[in-house]
Design a protein around this ligand. Structure first.
Ligand SMILES: O=P(O)(O)OC[C@H]1O[C@](O)(COP(=O)(O)O)[C@@H](O)[C@@H]1O
Ligand SMILES: [Mn+2]
Length: 659
């Protein structure tokens, strides 16, 4: 115990918990003198009065790295807002936009500018550098005002921290200081580091404009580069993730669920993204490809989906993908029978579809009706035991599963996804959840029976959260059940991440009647328009309905359809990044910003390209809508971090009383 500190505080009403005692001990060690305690109290009290920092919400990234990267760089339009706030009226709209794209893509924009202005003989480039540095400093100053100096320092590139602080905090109007500042600027030029300085400052501005990022799930599947998104998230300054149903497939594969792995392989073949698995994660698909080529032919139902820019030749690469998709789909349908049989709690016997097929007549019985099957590819199915894998399928699956578990690059990403992620998150009185909370038509939380106990509402998502971690951390355990539960999260009828009665993949491949393709949504999706229902949901998670919101991703919102529901308490922000879904949604999707003034929904145009932004200054923010405007501007004191700081202040005050 530090010198001069009396034995534990006698004046507290209640006996402190072990955790409180531990924290106090730590505090005593960190602040061993009265002066140190006073300084820290003053520091924390000052922080509590700063404006609340900006949170940025994105969702359903689906492997679309370039679009996601752009949205991070422009802070969903927040950088442009700040630029307009300072330079509006001083710069033309074109110059504002050019300056914005310098901040988004500093390296490329600098090259472009140099190339553009180098030929000018009257020193245009030099003037541009001078103006640009001045403007950057002005902007940096503006975006720093929300933070303590120490936080700003942490966001600076260490090599330029000293010089930036001098430039930032010295008043150039004071005459004596002016020559000092001029000298600093000259030094930047004479040492040939102006470009580095500009680049570093642009990234610092990006970092300060958005303090914290929430990713509401579905990072993986459908798009080309989920692995680049994961790398970007891993180096982002502050982020949390709520898992999506697609993310579950990847976590499940690494937790030893063959069924999850087969689903993700099937989707990867369908969207022509097997390169992610082979090149980014180093998992060889040679054996699978050979097996598929030997056993399957062309089949119109299994051809890969074309997105803009794709062109297939259906007797080459396209045929190979068609063969792989069939091979994997059939193994998937076989394994579904086994899993459904060994997990009676899942209550999914009606989805063991291969057991309902008449293999001679090529028909299936579904809900008492018989349907003709088309485009079948059932040669490797034993009609007497349709769940049985052939010896080669068996070997193929176990080899692939081993490779998923052994892939170091994949495990690096998934470990981060599991550790930074969760089923849901309560953050600053908002509930963040990818899909839904399964309910009855009356809005009562649906029970899920698991190993003899019933779970519903918050308890249910907590159960899933705990089991996902358990399965991921013990991928080779004998007990299948936690890994099976991850698959249940992908397509189970009471999965909060799926939110539909059944996934009709089989029907879409083999049955013409479109009525069988429909996936019936849980009543949650209707009820979430109702304010009373959203209030109940918030209360279930211990949040205050008068101030809280629920944020969901998962369901693409069509342009013109409202993403703001229940009197502004329910917000749905499926990003719409997925190129494959843009023809349906008609635009680039929504993101959300939450700053000290309130929440804003941001609408995006589909992303074109980085080059377009650099050369033409194209931005993708199309409109912003205020969800709510705080009557009193929110400060750090009103946030979760603020609540923790207040606790610390309380503890420090009691410590002070004892010195
Ligand atoms: O468009 P695809 O590739 O056929 O996938 C459709 C499947 O994806 C799902 O929509 C799930 O994905 P989302 O979470 O992106 O909605 C299923 O409900 C559906 O069966
Ligand atoms: Mn989803």
């Amino acid at each position: 115990m530090a010198k001069g500190v009396k034995k534990l505080n006698q004046f507290r009403d209640e006996e402190p918990t072990n955790e409180q005692k531990y924290l106090r001990d730590l505090m005593e060690e960190r602040f061993p003198t009265k002066e140190a305690v006073i300084t820290e109290i003053m520091n924390l009290e000052a922080i509590l009065h700063l404006p609340k920092a900006t949170e940025h919400f994105v969702s359903d990234l689906h492997g679309e790295y370039a679009a996601f990267d752009h949205i991070l760089r422009n802070g969903s339009g927040n950088i442009k807002n700040k630029i307009t706030a300072i330079f509006g009226g001083r710069l033309t709209p074109k110059r504002l936009q050019n300056f914005a794209s310098l901040i988004y893509y500093p390296e490329d924009k600098l090259e472009y500018k140099k190339h553009q202005l180098e030929q000018d003989e009257d020193g245009a480039l030099e003037q541009w550098y001078l103006d640009t540095i001045q403007r950057l400093l002005e902007l940096l100053q503006f975006v720093s005002t929300k933070y303590t100096r120490s936080k700003v320092r942490k966001a600076l590139e260490p090599n330029f921290a000293y010089i930036t602080e001098e430039l930032l905090y010295t008043d150039p109007q004071v005459f004596d200081k002016r020559s000092y500042l001029d000298q600093l600027m000259k030094n930047l030029v004479s040492m040939g580091v102006t470009d580095e300085f500009i680049i570093a400052t642009c990234y610092t501005i990006q970092q300060l404009v958005v303090d914290h990022l929430h990713v509401l799930g579905d990072i993986y599947d459908r798009g080309e580069h989920p692995e680049l998104i994961m790398d970007r998230l891993m180096s982002y300054h502050s982020v949390d993730i709520q898992w999506g149903n697609h993310d579950m497939l990847w976590i499940g594969a690494s937790a030893g669920s063959a069924l999850c792995m087969l689903n993700l392989l099937r989707i990867s073949a369908r969207y022509n993204n097997l390169a992610t698995i082979e090149d980014a994660y180093g998992i060889s698909l040679r054996h699978l490809t050979r097996f598929a080529e030997e056993n399957y032919g062309d089949n119109p139902a299994f051809r890969p989906k074309l997105v803009e820019g794709d062109s297939f030749n259906f007797d080459g690469e396209g045929l190979q993908l068609t063969q792989i998709q069939q091979a994997v789909a059939i193994m998937q349908f076989k394994l579904e029978i086994r899993t459904i049989a060994r997990e009676p709690d899942f209550n999914m016997a009606d989805r063991a579809l291969l057991t309902k097929v008449d293999y001679d007549k090529k028909t299936i019985q579904l809900a008492g009706k018989t349907y003709q099957l088309t485009n079948t590819c059932f040669d490797l199915i034993d009609p007497k035991d349709p769940g049985k894998l052939t010896a080669e399928e068996e070997e193929l699956i176990s080899g692939l599963l081993r490779s998923f578990i052994d892939s170091k690059s994949l495990q690096r990403h998934l470990k981060f996804l599991v550790n930074k992620g969760s089923m849901y998150l309560c953050y600053n009185n908002n509930l963040l959840l990818h899909g839904c909370m399964p309910v009855t038509a009356k809005g009562e939380f649906l029970p899920f029976k698991y190993h003899g106990k019933e779970y519903r509402g918050k308890q249910l998502v907590d159960l899933f959260d705990q089991q996902v971690r358990h399965a991921y951390n013990d991928p080779c355990g004998d007990d299948h059940s936690a890994a099976d539960l991850i698959w249940y999260l992908w397509q189970g009828p009471i999965s909060p991440l799926f939110g539909k009665e059944a996934m009709t993949t089989f029907e879409r491949y083999f049955i013409k009647d479109k009525a069988t393709h429909e996936e019936v949504r849980n009543p949650y999706f209707k009820l979430r328009h109702d304010e009373g229902f959203v209030d109940i949901l918030l209360k279930e998670f211990g949040l205050d309905p008068s101030d809280g919101h629920v944020v969901n991703g998962h369901t693409p919102v069509k342009r013109g359809h409202d993403a703001i529901m229940a009197n502004g308490k329910m917000l749905v922000i499926d990003g719409g990044y997925s190129k494959a879904y843009q023809p349906t949604t008609g635009f680039g999707g929504y993101t959300l910003l939450y700053n000290s003034y309130g929440l804003q929904l941001v609408e995006h145009h589909p992303f074109t390209s980085k080059e377009d932004s650099i050369v033409n200054g194209t931005d993708i923010v199309s409109a912003r809508r205020v969800v709510n405007h705080e009557v009193h501007r929110k400060s750090v004191a009103d946030t979760d971090i603020g609540a923790r700081l207040k606790e610390n202040v309380k503890m420090l005050r009691s410590l002070l009383a004892e010195y």
